[in-house]
Design a protein around this ligand. Structure first.
Ligand code: HMG
Ligand code: MG
Length: 312
């Protein structure tokens, strides 16, 4: 039996509603050792939507050798026709876009890097080369009426290069938005950001004329900072937050990246702050417990553990 809700004390400085961009089936499962059967992935996505998540990143159309866990994108997408949620997919290049459009994808995400080291590790390209690779993809997607999210990884720190200068992040952000991305998700790929750093980056983006309502934040929880960083972003006016059910995740091409901010931990905090998300925490937690059983390990989410009495 899963129950429990926090006491609600509304904070008038926070937005009334936050949109959660659920990344568990993509960012979560791409980094699991076990390759999850396609039917289980489809059921996972279905359950996430039924728990009230209206955006569920479903999979990636990348090279199957680079991310074998998501090599079944062609089999998965046709199973999701009746899922009542937006189902964005990752697409790095024209080949990825062709594959996604052939399966009826209505939203895609390209994924760039603020640092050269990660651009090379993740895309086999320099930063400039990867932006040049995305440009025609974004243009073609827009012509097809497909919404485009831009991810920007390594916005705070990079495992090879250390701290990332704010002006570098601002520069690549501008280029992704200027090429036509509707939304930009700022990635703390290895989870090293702290709240003051988040506020400083958002202020720098403000000063560069980037509208806050086109930004999302994407925190990994490596150092336990993801929730604090999220609160800093909400105080700055960000209203779209990426999270992964059960805290699944990481990135196969960034050493020391662990799971994303757990969606349950986020929803517990937002419920307590009186910020609406549309998510049913009990149903979501039950879904993560079910997925943890398939993965053969307990969820790393503190909220999932507390609500379901899972052993750590
Ligand atoms: P490459 O080796 O440079 O590819 O990889 P290429 O363009 O030279 O092509 C080589 C071969 O791959 C060709 O086949 C292409 O057709 C094929 P061949 O002619 O030799 O038979 N190919 C493809 N096949 C299927 N689908 C495709 C595709 N593209 C080329 N889309 C590439 C370049 C971009 C493909 C590769 O680097 C790649 O797939 N990278 C993906 C890495 C990835 O998915 N990383 C995880 C997601 S990013 C992330 O997790 C961070 C995020 O969460 C935010 C954060 O936390 O910061 C978003
Ligand atoms: Mg990520």
């Amino acid at each position: 039996m899963i129950s429990g809700l926090p006491m609600v004390v509304r904070d008038p400085d926070l937005p009334a509603r936050v949109r959660i961009h659920e990344v568990g089936p993509r960012d979560g499962l791409q980094n699991e050792k076990a390759v999850v059967p396609t039917e289980i992935k489809a059921e996972f996505i279905r359950r996430l939507a039924a728990a009230g998540l209206d955006t569920v990143e479903a999979t990636s159309f990348v090279h199957p050798k680079w991310v074998p866990q998501l090599a079944d994108a062609e089999q998965l997408m046709p199973m999701l026709g009746d899922v009542p949620a937006r189902l964005p997919v990752l697409v790095p290049n024209q080949r990825g876009l062709d594959r996604a459009l052939a399966l009826g994808a209505r939203e895609i995400a390209v994924f760039g890097s603020a640092t050269e080291s990660f651009a090379k590790a993740n895309l086999n390209r320099t930063v400039d080369e990867s932006l040049a690779m995305f440009e025609p993809v974004v243009a073609a997607a827009r012509v097809a009426g497909v919404a485009v999210r831009g991810y920007l990884s390594m916005c705070f720190g990079d495992p090879w290069e250390g701290a990332v200068p704010l002006d570098r992040v601002v520069g690549v952000s501008r280029r992704l938005l200027d090429m036509g991305c509707d939304e930009l998700s700022l990635g703390d790929t290895i989870g090293v950001a702290t709240p003051g750093h988040v506020a400083a980056l958002l202020t720098a983006l403000d000063e560069a004329g980037v509208p806050t309502d086109r930004l999302a934040v994407h925190f990994h929880d490596t150092y336990g900072q993801a929730l604090a960083n999220t609160l800093a972003a909400l105080r700055h006016g960000v209203t779209t937050v990426d999270a992964s059910a059960g805290g699944l995740g990481g990135c196969p091409y960034a050493k020391s990246a662990t799971g994303n901010l757990a969606t349950e931990d986020l929803v517990w905090m937002l419920d307590g702050l009186g910020v609406s998300t549309g998510v049913d925490l009990g149903r979501l937690t039950a879904t993560s417990v079910w997925m943890a059983a398939h993965l053969g390990r307990p969820s790393p989410s503190r909220t999932v553990r507390a609500l379901s009495h899972q052993e750590p």
